[in-house]
Design a protein around this ligand. Structure first.
Ligand SMILES: C[S@@+](CC[C@H](N)C(=O)[O-])C[C@H]1O[C@@H](n2cnc3c(N)ncnc32)[C@H](O)[C@@H]1O
Length: 321
């Protein structure tokens, strides 16, 4: 990469916000306050009033401005992120070398080793399909669509490396999500189509004439928990990043289509920090890796990041060198 810039010099967010705000505000006058003794007090700029386009609420305007700022800064932020990762990697290398020189144990600093990709013949077919339902493009911010595309790539990678293979189906693959793949994850059409299929069809089309008793939509908003995964069945995971904005969204969609919903048995198996609504990628990975352990507690411990697990065993040390 030719661009090398210092992460600390980048994107002063508040300065950018002011700049973006100023583009859409009335010109502000300074306010000078006279003290009683006639001396001038400090000068404070008057807070500029936004000009909100007619027919738009303040909330919609703020959302639009946020999206605009993100669009304007996304390239710089990407470069900054890469730079931060590079610096972190160099720092880890330096620490490892320091411990090596002292003859001390440095295994905790080694990155987790990714298992290698397996061929279809090296994997066991679970005869299970997982549909990632991506019908919520319009409800996401641009950066959330980007995040979802990364989660789909991760799900494919997990499936490709798992001893137990499922059939991944990316449903309602269209709009910004498809554009993101076409522009930035161009290799996806070369992925192994025994393991993943992309379709623009939504669930109603995918299930025409199918037996819905063998279909389950995973949802954190439902009471009944999933017990086990069964051969010949289909599991649907919502393909959306919504930061809690759209509670019950997938549950209600499933109910309308006559598909049963189940939650993961989080409360029964582990204590987790924060929300019990997991990301699409974590849920897909949990479903795939359940076949390794056939035990939810163990699967949660292996898949969820340490920061999410409270009082539970850390991830398997075997994952490290
Ligand atoms: C980020 S969540 C989306 C939350 C969204 N508001 C909804 O209505 O489901 C992504 C998907 O992961 C699955 N999921 C997340 N946490 C879950 C849990 N605790 N139990 C079952 N499924 C879960 C659901 O399929 C969910 O749609």
């Amino acid at each position: 990469m030719t661009e090398t810039i210092n992460a600390t010099n980048l994107v002063n967010v508040s300065a950018k916000k002011e700049q973006a705000g100023a583009d859409h505000t009335q010109s502000s006058e300074s306010v000078e306050k006279e003290a009683e003794n006639g001396n001038k007090k400090k000068v404070y700029p008057r807070k500029p009033k936004p000009i909100i386009p007619e027919g738009m609420s303040k909330h919609q305007w703020k959302k639009m401005m946020k999206r605009k700022r993100w669009e304007e800064n996304k390239v710089q932020m990407r470069v900054a992120r890469r730079q931060r990762l590079k610096e972190r990697k160099q720092e880890r290398k330096r620490k490892i070398q320091e411990l090596k020189d002292k003859g001390e144990d440095y295994s905790s600093l080694l990155p987790a080793k990714k298992p290698k990709k397996l061929t279809v013949d090296e994997q066991k077919d679970t005869n299970v399909s997982i549909i990632v339902d991506c019908a919520f493009d319009d409800l996401m911010l641009e950066k959330e669509v980007v995040s979802l595309s990364g989660q789909i790539a991760r799900s494919y990678s997990v499936n490709k490396r798992s001893p137990n293979r499922v059939k991944l189906v990316i449903g309602c693959f269209n709009k910004r999500l498809k554009s993101r793949f076409d522009e930035s994850l161009k290799d996806y059409f070369k992925w192994d189509h025994n393991e993943i299929e992309f379709t623009e069809n939504d669930l109603d089309k995918l299930f025409v004439g199918k037996d819905l008793s063998k279909v389950t939509y995973l949802s954190a908003d439902t009471d009944e928990k999933i017990e086990e995964l069964k051969s010949g069945e289909t599991y649907i995971v919502g393909g959306i990043v919504d930061k809690g904005r759209h509670k019950n969204l997938c549950k209600e969609k499933a109910e309308k289509l006559g598909i049963k919903t189940r939650r993961l048995p989080i409360d029964e198996c582990i204590k987790i920090s924060g929300r019990k609504v997991l990301t699409t990628a974590h849920v897909v990975e949990l479903l795939i890796r359940w076949f390794e352990y056939k035990d939810w507690t163990k699967t949660f411990e292996q898949v969820l990041p340490a920061r999410k697990l409270k009082d539970n065993k850390p991830r398997n040390k075997e994952a490290k060198d």
